[in-house]
Design a protein around this ligand. Structure first.
Ligand code: KG4
Ligand code: ZN
Length: 330
């Protein structure tokens, strides 16, 4: 399977990419963030409808940027789970229609395998074994990757995802959506030690995460300060919150390194675009003498290149066997 057209619509980004092996020839992302911003979060039905409008032009742009056309593609890959069901269905139906009309095989991809497989993309691909910290708006987990195409979960969040916590915090602070980048910008002006945030899960020796207590602590701080003082101290609140989220992610990553014999770490998911997380992970990995693979921002947040990368390790399904294939929310 040489050339793959990959499609990703699991959340609020409409994405298509063309790959040749580990090389992305094109990678188009049409973000719906501004559309959802006025609601303060992603509205699933709005996302599905927008995917419908964007999917064909986004695929056309990915093919055009690749310098080829549908004829030059050997297989169609698509995210089938997990995600917003209506959003996933747009990508899956489109992929099935294109594959069936051209009699090409279809490759079903798991979104989380995609975030891990972003590490396999050129340039500077990382080969297993490695430990991956995937932190996004929907997931937060430590994945033990021993061979490409699979991983074992060493720890995961017991409640909110890290990105979800940042999005909720940004909303509490009136900073807009998506919250991660907004918190990062605001935090740049603030003191990370101004507000004591609870250090979640620090006493339990495991590798699971928890972010809901942090969100509650911020809600209480905002309530106690009142609207005006919250506005005045917003940078300090953002910096303290960001530092607590990143602190927990890095503490668990360190603990996972202690528990195993890893010599490489990859960060993935939208939160891996966070500057403080990248800096702290760099310090940790330097300290331990472990290689750290950081992705460019556009491969941290949702994209189809990572789906095409994961597709290389999944079996292609021949026409017409995939016509019954369904999307799944989880
Ligand atoms: O991977 P992604 O694009 O979508 C999901 O699969 O969820 O991740 C989106 C999440 C959002 O919660 C967003 O606030 C967060 O990633 N994010 C960031 C940054 N950029 C995006 N969080 C912290 N710092 C950033 N710079
Ligand atoms: Zn994602």
């Amino acid at each position: 399977m040489n050339r793959i057209l990959a499609i990703e619509t699991s959340c609020d980004d409409t994405c298509a990419a063309v790959l040749e092996g580990p090389r992305a020839l094109s990678n188009i992302v049409s973000s719906q963030a501004r559309l959802h911003a006025r609601f303060g979060g992603i509205v699933p039905e709005v996302a599905s409808r927008r995917h419908l409008e964007l999917i064909n032009p986004v695929i056309d742009a990915a093919l055009e940027d690749s310098g080829g056309d549908l004829e030059s593609v050997d297989a169609i890959a698509v995210t089938v789970k997990p995600g917003l069901i209506g959003a996933l269905l747009v990508g899956v139906s489109t992929a099935k229609a294109i594959a069936a009309a051209t009699r090409k095989p279809l490759i079903a991809v798991d979104h989380l395998q995609g975030h891990v497989a972003a590490a396999y993309l050129e340039p500077d691909p990382l080969e297993p074994p490695f430990l991956a910290l995937i932190a996004s708006g929907g997931h937060t987990l430590l994945a033990e990757v021993r061979e490409a195409g699979t991983f074992a979960i060493a720890g995961q969040t017991l409640d909110d995802a890290a990105g979800e916590a940042l999005d909720k915090a940004a909303r509490l602070l009136g900073l807009g959506f998506p919250g991660g980048p907004a918190i990062q910008r605001e935090a740049a002006e603030g003191d990370p030690e101004a507000f004591g945030m609870p250090v979640a899960m620090s006493r339990d020796g495991g590798l699971d995460f928890s972010f809901s207590g942090l969100k509650t602590a911020l809600a209480y701080a905002v309530r106690d300060l009142g609207a005006e003082e919250t506005r005045e101290r917003r940078a300090d609140l953002a910096a303290s919150f960001q530092s607590a989220v990143v602190g927990q992610l890095v503490a668990k990553l360190g603990r996972a390194l202690d528990a195993g014999d890893w010599d490489a770490v990859a960060l993935g998911g939208g939160v891996a675009a966070n500057a403080l997380l990248r800096e702290r992970a760099r310090d940790l990995c330097d300290e331990r003498g472990v290689r750290l693979k950081l992705l460019p921002f556009e491969l941290c947040t949702d994209n189809a290149a990572m789906i095409g990368s994961a597709a290389r390790f999944e079996p292609p399904v021949a026409h017409p066997d995939y016509l019954a294939l369904d999307a799944a929310a989880r």
